[in-house]
Design a protein around this ligand. Structure first.
Ligand code: NAI
Ligand code: 13P
Length: 349
């Protein structure tokens, strides 16, 4: 299916960077997988594995590990940025110093920066000088690295301010196992991907507390309502939240054993404290910082986000998880769609 083959640098050799490197290598691109841990890069080159992140997966020959960022970027124009949100500014600072040509930056991370309240594409635009940045594209959707690396069918969305760039990235990644759709709503795609992690943490908590499927369905549905309210207030198209980066990713993250956010929530629900949980995970749990950012965004845009608010109090104010569920269930009665209609009304005025 793919026509053009290229040299592409994947920046970040964790689970997602490695799984996406595999998709690109399957499409016959020359893939340079950069990571900051030398022993892990040695393992990738000598054993063709990355066992900490994707146990039992053999990496295709088209992937070469790089521990020198300068060498990984040599002659490159397309980079896939696959590090946790909190590492993005630092990594871009290094790329800025080393890049010799304007870059197409495809980011695949799911977060919002607390305090600045910037989406990741906005952070990239802030960090990279205009002369070194061709376009920014986001790739997001229901896609656990574990399943992508097993070549199980997966669908994602790509978006950009420049849809020609998004279409080019669609062509780079699309294959028979990995179907890529375009969506022109970059705000919605980034917000959906980031905020679903908050709801997945909450779903893990209710599972950890022993509540059943009704509670999970409630969280997914009412979680989608509050993601849609905030996203729409920030300028997203509400329809995006019915798509892959919205309900699609929300379902997979709230229901899959692969989700680190769900697993972290589950441990919290079973009584572990946040520090213990994060120490035991060994991988990124983006939803914790994103809960802080979403709590701040809800205040900024005057949007009601009760689940986010409840989780914020659990994570940062030590509120008991069971008590938080009781508070959520005993709020003043309301109408199901009222708040979203109000936000839409204010957009139309
Ligand atoms: N794992 C998955 O299935 C998916 C993950 N994502 C998103 O992709 C992003 C990356 O997540 P994962 O790869 O899953 O995380 P991970 O925890 O599996 O790996 C993170 C990688 O980033 C590296 N890293 C951390 N700080 C760094 C720094 N300052 N400089 C260089 N490298 C650094 C780590 O060493 C590790 O190799 C997150 O935003 C996540 O939400 C999105 C879709 C699927
Ligand atoms: O974004 C993901 C799946 O689409 C991965 O979710 P976790 O970070 O919770 O594992």
């Amino acid at each position: 299916m793919p026509k053009e083959t290229k040299s592409i640098a994947v920046i970040g050799a964790g689970s997602w960077g490695t799984a996406l490197a595999m998709v690109l290598a399957d499409n016959h691109h020359e893939v340079r997988l950069w990571g900051h841990k030398k022993n892990q890069i040695n393992e990738i080159n000598e054993q063709h594995t990355n066992r900490k992140y994707l146990p039992e997966i053999e990496l295709p020959a088209g992937i070469t590990g790089y521990s020198s960022l300068g060498q990984a970027l040599e002659g490159i124009t397309d980079i896939i940025l696959a590090v946790p949100t909190k590492a993005i500014r630092g990594v871009l600072g290094q790329i800025r110093e080393l890049a010799k040509k304007p870059l197409m930056v495809v980011h695949v991370s799911k977060g919002i920066e607390p305090d600045t309240l910037l989406r990741i594409s906005e952070m990239i635009e802030e960090e990279m000088p205009a002369e070194l940045l061709k376009d920014v594209v986001v790739l997001s959707g229901p896609s656990h690295a574990e399943e992508v690396s097993q070549r199980h069918p997966t669908t994602v969305a790509v978006s950009s301010k420049n849809m020609a760039a998004a279409e080019r990235i669609q062509d780079l990644f699309i294959n028979q196992n990995f179907r890529v759709y375009t969506n022109p709503d970059i705000v919605g795609v980034e917000i959906g991907g980031a905020l679903k992690n908050i709801i997945a943490l909450a779903a893990g908590i209710t599972d950890g507390l022993g509540y059943g499927d009704n509670a999970k369905a409630a969280l997914i549905t009412r979680g989608l309502a509050e993601i849609s309210r905030l996203g729409t207030a920030m300028g997203a198209n509400p329809l995006t939240f019915s798509g892959l980066a919205g309900i699609g990713d929300l379902i997979v993250t709230c229901t899959s054993i692969h989700s680190r956010n769900w697993r972290a929530g589950n441990l919290l629900g079973k009584g572990q404290n946040l520090n213990e949980v994060l120490e035991n995970m060994g991988m990124i749990v983006e939803g914790v910082r994103t809960t802080k950012a979403a709590f701040q965004l809800a205040e900024k845009y005057s949007v009601n986000m009760p689940i986010t608010n409840a989780l914020y109090n659990v994570l940062f104010n030590g509120r008991n998880v069971k008590e938080s569920v009781d508070i959520l269930m005993n709020r003043t009665k309301t109408a199901e769609m009222e708040d979203l209609f109000n936000v839409l009304d204010s957009r139309l005025k």
